[in-house]
Design a protein around this ligand. Structure first.
Ligand code: SF4
Length: 356
């Protein structure tokens, strides 16, 4: 069979996202992100599952050569196949519907005497009642090994949570031996020790200990960086339909107050005194849940918009909830990160190009 009689079939696990200057292919199965020209995105949009011969009819001789080069690239990297009519008709598209059975996906709980004392009740609410799958406990106070052991013992009664992270300040008295012993119980997926004298990640097989030099403060929240990109179907479908920063997220402060996130000011009630299930369904609690990256200024032009983290608290224009995250230093219009040669800020670029 001549290649012109075959059908171009993009693999269902590959999602193409068009940006201002270039597109990305997100291969969800292999967690690969590849850059391609926007023309490849257009070919995908218009001609996926069509016969090569028919596709080429839309281009002149010179363009046909380029189109065939693109197709060669897609096949070589296993993003597409040249299949039969049967393949084109029967390889289904992947569902991009967002699916999560719990009411809350992630919860951050601030450690304090109050939360320590009530941790079992709190866990019962977020774990059993709300079906939350990931919990981060953030402690701003130094805990001795003994205090840490007592606290972790209280976290034993976890049923649905599949990710538990504890964040606390580093103490020199935390010896490797103590920590190994402490974490031999596999309920903690990650222990983050900040204000440490070094940066390091220790893999203990069932858990990680992350040592961070940096301190925890407002400036580290909402930072946009390539290393924070998340390329899995759960994150991508959430980004397509909801806000990845606040959608189904819950913050419990040191007094048990319920907020959207650690840096938002509005208190919606108290974890022990109020009906949390009711609170999280109120329009005010859900106010920002559905602000998608496709609606956010600048991000809507960015090829990274479905793998990027968002932040609705630290934004460039506090009077415009659709403005870009304040701590983003990527300029999608020139595809450069701050520090790269030729980088200018988005604002400078927009001004120069008369779009501001
Ligand atoms: S512009 Fe920045 S914050 Fe927006 S999607 Fe792109 S990298 Fe993320």
């Amino acid at each position: 069979m001549n290649s012109h009689d075959k059908y171009l079939v993009f693999l269902p696990s590959c999602i193409l996202v068009k940006g201002y200057e270039r597109s990305v292919i997100l291969d969800i199965q292999r967690a690969v992100l590849d850059f391609v020209p926007n023309d490849v995105y257009d070919i995908f949009q218009k001609y996926n599952k069509q016969k090569i011969g028919d596709i080429l009819l839309n281009y002149n001789n010179e363009e046909q050569e380029i189109v065939m080069e693109y197709i060669g690239f897609l096949m070589q990297n296993e993003y597409a196949i040249l299949g039969t009519k049967h393949d084109a008709e029967h390889i289904p598209a992947m569902s991009l519907k967002y699916n999560f059975c719990g009411q809350i996906t992630n919860c951050i709980c601030e450690y304090s005497e109050f939360t320590h004392k009530n941790i079992r009740r709190i866990l019962n609410i977020i774990d059993i009642q709300l079906g939350c799958s990931a919990l981060q406990i953030v402690c701003n106070k130094q805990l001795t090994i003994k205090e840490l052991i007592i606290f972790l013992e209280n976290l034993q009664h976890i049923t649905y949570l599949n990710h538990l992270e504890v964040v606390l300040p580093y103490l020199p008295e935390y010896s490797d031996k103590d920590l190994d012993k402490l974490l031999c119980n596999p309920i903690i997926n990650r222990l983050i020790l900040y204000s440490a004298p070094f940066d390091n990640v220790k893999d203990l097989k069932h858990t990680f200990i992350v040592y961070l030099r940096e301190n925890l403060n407002n400036n580290t929240c909402g930072i946009v960086d390539k290393s924070y990109f998340t390329q899995n179907i759960f994150h991508i479908t959430e980004a397509l339909h909801h806000n990845t920063c606040l959608h189904r997220k819950l913050f419990i402060d040191k007094n048990g107050n319920i907020k959207n996130c650690p840096y938002s000011e509005t208190v919606f009630g108290n974890i022990l005194n109020d009906d949390v299930e009711k609170i999280i369904t109120t329009p005010s609690f859900k106010k920002y849940w559905n602000i998608k990256k496709d609606e956010i200024e600048v991000c809507k032009d960015c090829e990274f918009r479905y793998v990027c983290t968002d932040c609705r608290i630290f934004i460039k224009n506090r009077n415009n909830i659709y403005s870009q995250p304040e701590h983003c230093h990527y300029n999608t219009y020139i595809t450069k990160w701050k520090g790269e040669e030729g980088y200018v800020t988005v604002e400078e670029w927009l001004k120069k190009n008369n779009t501001l």
